[in-house]
Write a protein of this length. Structure first.
Length: 491
């Protein structure tokens, strides 16, 4: 009986496809590593966003109790706009005062007599005195520009000296004291003849030099009390706790009102609320998890690779869904803004809700639209500021033990909480980012080694399948030979 033919071997097998499928199985760990790296890159960006937002909130919190913040001073407003401006210490009571400015302090100004720029001025020694400062000069002779250079060399910070061309033939020198009031009077001392003689200095009756503006002190009346000061700006020694700047002479008494910087405070609080919400919303959006029914609805069929289902689950879940640090940050911030704080004011604000700042709550277990997000009632805030801005300040920052250092309050607590997170060196966020970068580098190295291994694997498979195909071809040839012999024997 003839042997059965060996049919189909070496003809129906797609060797290339078989090798590809085998390598695809080997590449499954690579896909997981690449997926992990892609997600880790997203995680790094997310942590960087958290760091940026925590810094903004920390800065806004610190501004509320810093020396440059709106709570740090009160405004002084004049009933005659622009007549008097100023600032007051936050402890100063809100009040109205009567002030009258009868004269502003002036800077002594002298114009020399006209001299041709081509006139040769004689050599000579002279001095210029302004208050306690004396400038001694030795002029070796020369024209007016040479004298101007000599004068300017020592006059910096004491006297402004400029040359003005009066007409085509002559120029004058203008001396302006940089010290206001009578203490800034300019005095010239010189031996005649000398360069100052040609300029008509010092001014004398009937001479060519003139006093363009006398050195005068400011004169004002505060509550009817006359006060003189050599300056118009930053007058801190007239009214305890206040700094005044005189802008112009008034036609009579005007009212000065000391009040809180309510508009600036309101703006800074609004910015603080926005920064808090920005951080809270970002962390919440990136901490969401897929609900069971949603995952069951969208997961791959039961015969699919389970790793694909896990990747879909991870891709649809927030990058911070399982992060305990972000969860703890949210819990801590929520506790800070909902807590009660001490106050030194009778009936003062103790909670943010007292000044119109409230936190959203869940209407149901599935409602998270405004959960944890702060809202601001501007009218209630304005009313609280108008009643007692100091109480509002204490709610955000309070020196509880009176050692001149803030140690309590909403803004203080938040700034202290965020410090360990957003430090560039050794901070929690920086450490997390560095760890993730290390994981990415390790995964890349594992991918590189696996890729090199797959190259060798592919070559080995091709050698094996090549030998197998050769064996199949030899078997097929032998089968055909046997079939031929079988047919010959049958004949």
């Amino acid at each position: 009986m003839p042997s059965p033919p060996i049919n189909g071997i070496g003809t129906s097998m797609d060797t290339q496809d078989t090798i590809r499928k085998l390598l695809d199985v080997e590449r499954q760990p690579l896909k997981r590593l690449e997926f992990d790296n892609d997600r880790n890159q997203i995680l790094i960006k997310a942590w960087e966003e958290v760091r940026k937002r925590t810094r903004v909130l920390a800065d806004k919190s610190q501004t509320l109790y810093s020396f440059s913040g709106a709570f740090a001073t009160k405004s002084i407003i004049s009933s005659d706009p622009g007549a008097v401006t100023g600032q007051a210490a936050p402890e100063m009571d809100n009040q109205d005062m009567q002030i009258e400015v009868t004269r502003l302090a002036t800077h002594h100004r002298i114009h020399s007599g006209p001299v041709s720029q081509e006139t040769e001025l004689p050599a000579g020694n002279f001095s210029i005195k302004v208050g306690e400062k004396t400038l001694d000069y030795e002029f070796s002779g020369g024209k007016l520009p040479a004298l101007l250079r000599t004068l300017k060399a020592k006059a910096v910070g004491v006297v402004d000296i400029n040359m003005i061309r009066k007409d085509q033939e002559s120029s004058i020198l203008v001396f302006r004291s940089l010290t206001s009031g009578t203490r800034g009077k300019i005095e010239f001392t010189a031996a005649a003849p000398g360069p100052l003689t040609n300029l008509g200095l010092p001014p004398a009756e009937g001479g060519t030099a003139v006093v363009a503006e006398e050195a005068q002190d400011a004169i004002l009346k505060l509550h009817g009390v006359e006060v003189k000061r050599p300056s118009n700006e930053n007058l801190t020694d007239i009214l305890e706790g206040a700094s005044l700047t005189l802008r112009k002479v008034t036609t009579g008494p005007v009212t000065l009102r000391v009040q809180a910087n309510s508009e600036a405070i309101e703006k800074q609080i609004q910015e603080w609320v926005a920064a808090y919400n920005d951080l809270t919303q970002f962390c919440r959006d990136n901490s969401k998890t897929i609900k069971r029914e949603e995952f069951e609805r969208n997961r791959p069929s039961s015969d699919a690779d389970i790793s694909e289902g896990l990747r879909r689950l991870q891709a649809g879940t927030g990058v911070f869904a399982a992060d305990s640090n972000i969860r703890q940050l949210g819990v801590t911030l929520s506790a800070i803004v909902s807590s009660s704080y001490p106050t030194t004011k009778q009936g003062g604000a103790r909670m943010l809700a007292d000044i119109g700042i409230t936190s959203g709550t869940r209407a149901s277990s599935s409602d998270e639209t405004n959960f944890g997000i702060l809202s601001l009632d501007v009218d209630k805030l304005r009313a609280a500021l108008a009643t007692d801005a100091g109480s509002v300040k204490e709610l955000f920052a309070l020196d509880q033990n009176e050692d001149a250092v803030v140690d309590n309050g909403v803004a203080f607590k938040i700034q202290q909480t965020l410090g360990p997170y957003n430090r560039m060196s050794g901070g929690l966020i920086t450490s997390r980012i560095d760890l993730i970068k290390t994981q990415i580098a390790d995964n890349k190295e594992r991918i590189r080694k696996k890729e090199m291994s797959l190259v060798g694997k592919e070559q080995d498979l091709r050698r094996r399948f090549g030998r197998m195909e050769n064996a199949i071809r030899e078997g097929r040839s032998m089968s055909q030979s046997l079939n031929g012999l079988s047919r010959q024997g049958g004949e």
